[in-house]
Structure formats: C-alpha cells, structure tokens
Design a protein around this ligand. Structure first.
Ligand SMILES: [Zn+2]
Ligand SMILES: [Zn+2]
Ligand SMILES: [Zn+2]
Length: 258
C-alpha cells in the first residue's frame, strides 16, 4: 500500500494570498502546501481522500493517472471544492465514481453541488458521482475501509483506517471508542495545524500527544499553516513523527483482503 500526499496545507493553503512572511516566501518547496488531500494505492485500486480546490493541479503535478473511488472526511470547502475536477477521472475510468462519506456529508454535497444531481442540458460537463453513505466498516473492490468518527469542534467528521494506515484530519477530539479503532497502527497521519491552540483543530502539542498515546510506528503531520517551517518542525519533533509535505510518498504493508 502506498500513500501520496497531494496536499498538506490548511484551508488557506501556503503561501497564503498576500502574505510575505518567511514561510510563505520560503524557497524550500516543502513549505509550499496545497489544500489537504491524499491518494492511497492498494492492490491496483486507487482511492482519493478528499477533493480540495487544487485537485486538478495536484493531479497534474503528481501524475495521478486514475481514481477508482473517493473518500470524504467532511464537507468543508478545503476538502470538497475540487469535486468538479473528478470529471477528468470519470473520462479515464469510463464510469461514474463512488464517493464514500457520512450521511451528513452526503447531504451537504447534494446541496452544494446540486447541479450534479439534477437533469441539465446535454453537453454541460459535470462530474458523475454516486454518493455512498457510510456508517461503518465497508469494502471497496476487496479493500476494507474503516470510517473512524472524530470531532471537528461540534462537527462530527470521519477519519479513515485502511489496514495499518489511518488518515485523521480536521479533528480536535478523538472519542475513546475511536481511539480504540486506531490502535496498532503502522502509520498515523494526523492534522497538527500550528503551534498555537485552535478551537476546532489539534495543534502540534495535541497531535503529538495523540501519537504518543496510539504509539504507531510512524506519524506524519498534515493540514499545516504558514506558522510551520518544515525543516524547523522536523528538527523539533520527537522520534517517529515527521511533518508531511506535498508529494511525499509513504509505503505501508497491504491490508488483509476484505
Ligand atoms: Zn480542513
Ligand atoms: Zn505567510
Ligand atoms: Zn474542516
């Protein structure tokens, strides 16, 4: 199993429009962060986690050749406003794409992308999406996927576990039952935002504490703001925790066939 970080930035992206801070003007490409998204390839199946507004450029930049299904964590703009770009992947696949999300997120998608789900004139290109409401463990093409409920302020959102890998972003609280669902990980990917606290996201200290409690072999921080300088963060984190960056590829053992 292989995961590629397509984006590791927070909702503004880094650089932030109009900002001249040292991170936004850094020559290190690892300080250049698109909105958060990841690609998981497992046994010939490619899953996209979240579809942010830069999906087209991310797909071109990292040579994404096809997508078989989409997993959505929640319906905030930085995670879904690239859904229209899935048109290109419909053409490649020659079919509609399954989009797995919570019933609440599916409802938001139907409202915000109403044109996708109603009759319109022929010729107006629009994505062909089949919303799949997920409430518990499911399998797609033999790949078992476990949605893990976490809290993003007062908004319930989903993390996803596939075998020994979990992707947890936009959370400030992981309930005890969900912590148990994240035991025994090889790779934990978790949103860590910035040093300062935030009402709906974990900061670096809180994400570090979650990593300590879950004790995965490797932890990667994502959803990072322009308060985070890559090399400085890398040097300051405990062993086993690294900041992710756009284009980083990590390998992890295949999950058992579902
Ligand atoms: Zn977000
Ligand atoms: Zn900045
Ligand atoms: Zn969010």
């Amino acid at each position: 199993m292989r995961l590629t970080f397509l984006g590791t930035g927070t909702s503004y992206g880094v650089p932030v429009i109009g900002c001249r801070c040292r991170i936004c003007s850094s020559p290190d490409p690892r300080n250049n962060r698109c909105r958060p998204s990841a690609l998981v390839e497992v046994r010939g199946t490619t899953l996209l986690i979240d579809a942010g507004p830069e999906l087209r450029m991310q797909s071109i930049r990292f040579g994404v050749a096809g997508i078989d299904a989409v997993l959505l964590t929640h319906a905030h703009a930085d995670h879904i406003f690239g859904l229209d770009d899935l048109r290109a992947f419909n053409v490649i696949a020659g079919r509609a794409l399954d989009v797995f999300a919570s019933p609440e997120t599916c409802g938001e998608i139907r409202r915000r992308f109403d044109y996708v789900f109603k009759e319109t004139q022929a010729g107006g290109g629009k994505p062909q999406l089949v919303l799949r409401e997920t409430v518990g463990r499911f399998a797609f093409r033999g790949v078992e996927i476990l949605p893990v409920p976490v809290m993003h302020g007062s908004l319930p959102v989903l993390a996803f576990r596939i075998g020994g890998l979990a992707y947890v972003t936009d959370a400030n609280l992981i309930p005890p039952g969900s912590m148990r669902m994240l035991e025994g990980l090889d790779v934990l990917i978790i949103g860590a935002l910035r040093p300062r606290p935030h009402p709906t996201h974990m900061n670096i200290a809180q994400a570090t504490e979650i990593s300590r409690l879950l004790a995965p072999a490797r932890t990667y921080f994502t959803h990072l703001t322009h308060d985070v300088e890559h090399a400085e963060m890398e040097a300051s984190l405990p062993a086993g925790i690294r900041p992710a960056y756009d284009g980083l590829v990590i390998e992890c053992g295949d999950p058992p066939a579902g």
